[in-house]
Design a protein around this ligand. Structure first.
Ligand SMILES: *[C@@H]1O[C@H](CO)[C@@H](O)[C@H](O)[C@H]1NC(C)=O
Ligand SMILES: *[C@@H]1O[C@H](CO)[C@@H](O)[C@H](O)[C@H]1NC(C)=O
Ligand SMILES: *[C@@H]1O[C@H](CO)[C@@H](O)[C@H](O)[C@H]1NC(C)=O
Ligand SMILES: *[C@@H]1O[C@H](CO)[C@@H](O)[C@H](O)[C@H]1NC(C)=O
Length: 407
């Protein structure tokens, strides 16, 4: 029954094994000591310097300089602005904000950017019609753009104008930004923009919502790649020379990077574009899915609104699989996406739905904007202006007066 080997502790084999173990116990530290004493200090430092070169490159003389380019109209900025402040600007507290926005009855909401840690330049302008050049009328299409080619040019002008503001600030201060983050005034950030999205030599965009080209609702790159990505008007002649025609915004954007040989990469990003527009539900093959703002995400810039989801869980797959992957499709796997029925206007009590997902800080900033009165609005803008190097905007009283009644 008993294992004979177990009961032969004094067998010669066993003793031999024990001896070897004892010998090793003695030998190992000994050989290690010999190795240490023999190995010269140069080989140790050589190892160190290789390590430094491959894993720990010489840090730049300064912390990375980051410009945040924020463009677009302020329609629902009381919802999106606080998320941008908390999840981008405060995450990169040394970043400089560049704001480029049209003047309208919602522009007063931009005064909440007094909460931004740093502001370099603000330009709030009265939008005018941009004359369409021949090259632009060949290269661009009015299709799927709510305001036709003019709408595209307005958007391109916002983006490229922001780059001009950044370049001017750089020249005045004799430095170059290491990174430019381009994001939209109507973007709602559900989580912080992470450091993994800073990729040297490659322009980073979100996946999905690519409409035949590249998702152009957010972009992040080093200075050189950003110059190409943000030159949306001035690169049109190059697209024209390349013989490209009838491009929508996303196709023009992709063509811009490809013709200028800028590499790009995609990573999921925790934001959605808040929209008041109505869309048929469920979306057809070329329809637009509208995400609930409460979706776990990342939504990578898909359209969204606060809603009680009309479709979540197992309902989402069949609808999203019906969308053209190269058009309005967005990633939905792992229950990241919940869909709204967006065929009508925002539902009653959407504020409560928003507050429930946004949390305390964002809710209180939203309420502050809603409670804003003329004098306080003017004060907020004045507070911003004092901290801003370049300020090109109408009088605070005028901006505030377009949206708020004087008491
Ligand atoms: C700008 O910066 C560079 C390098 O940092 C320096 O050599 C140069 O003198 C500066 N120019 C001005 C006008 O300050
Ligand atoms: C950026 O472009 C400039 C001018 O074209 C070039 O000198 C520089 O090396 C580039 N920098 C990087 C990081 O690629
Ligand atoms: C979904 O989750 C699985 C398991 O965690 C992961 O391997 C996969 O990459 C995820 N898919 C997407 C699209 O995020
Ligand atoms: C809320 O705001 C306070 C004050 O600005 C800040 O310290 C805190 O980190 C914020 N909370 C979150 C969750 O970001």
């Amino acid at each position: 029954m008993k294992n004979p080997i177990k009961f032969l502790p004094h067998s010669p084999r066993r003793l031999l094994a024990l001896d070897w173990r004892i010998l090793l116990l003695i030998l190992f530290p000994l050989t290690f000591l010999i190795y240490l004493s023999l190995s010269s200090t140069t080989s140790v430092s050589g190892f160190k310097s290789i390590f430094a070169n491959t894993h720990n490159p010489i840090p730049p003389a300064h912390p990375p300089r980051i410009a945040v380019c924020l463009v677009g109209g302020a329609r629902r900025f009381e919802l999106t602005g606080p998320s941008i402040v908390e999840r981008i600007l405060r995450v990169y507290g040394n970043s400089d904000l560049f704001l480029h926005s049209p003047l309208d009855s919602n522009a007063y909401k931009l005064s909440l950017l007094k909460e931004a840690p740093r502001i370099a330049a603000v330009k709030i302008f009265v939008p005018g019609t941009i004359p369409v050049t021949e090259a632009q009328s060949r290269v661009l299409t009015a299709q799927n753009s709510p305001n036709g080619v003019q709408g595209l040019l307005q958007y391109f002008n916002l983006v490229e104008g922001c780059l001009a503001m950044i370049k001017e600030h750089q020249e005045k201060n004799n430095f170059t930004y290491d990174w430019i983050i381009r994001t939209r005034v109507d973007g709602y950030w559900s989580a912080p923009l992470g450091p993994e999205n800073f990729v040297p030599g490659q322009y980073l965009v979100p996946p999905g919502s690519s409409y035949g080209g590249l998702n152009d609702r957010f972009g992040l790159g080093d200075f050189n790649t950003s110059v190409v990505a943000l030159s949306r008007l001035s690169l049109v002649p190059q697209l024209d020379s390349a013989g490209l025609t009838q491009l929508n915004s996303e196709r023009a954007f992709k063509a811009q990077l490809v013709t200028q040989k800028v590499q790009y990469t995609t990573k999921p990003l925790p934001f959605c574009v808040v929209t008041d527009r109505r869309y048929a539900f469920p979306p057809a093959r070329f329809g637009v899915p509208v995400a609930s703002l409460s979706s776990p995400g990342p939504l990578s810039g898909a359209k969204c609104r606060p809603c009680r989801p009309a479709c979540s869980g197992s309902c989402v797959g069949p609808i999203m699989n019906g969308l053209a992957k190269w058009w309005s499709w967005t990633e939905w796997a792992n229950n990241t996406l919940e869909l709204c029925d967006a065929h009508d206007e925002w539902e009653n009590k959407w504020e409560e739905l928003f507050d429930n997902v946004a949390g305390f800080n964002l809710t209180s900033m939203r309420k502050n904007v809603w409670a804003l009165e003329m004098d306080q609005c003017v004060n907020w803008f004045e507070e911003m202006r004092r901290r801003t190097a370049q300020w090109i905007a109408p009088q605070a009283r005028e901006i505030c007066g377009l949206g708020l009644r004087p008491k």
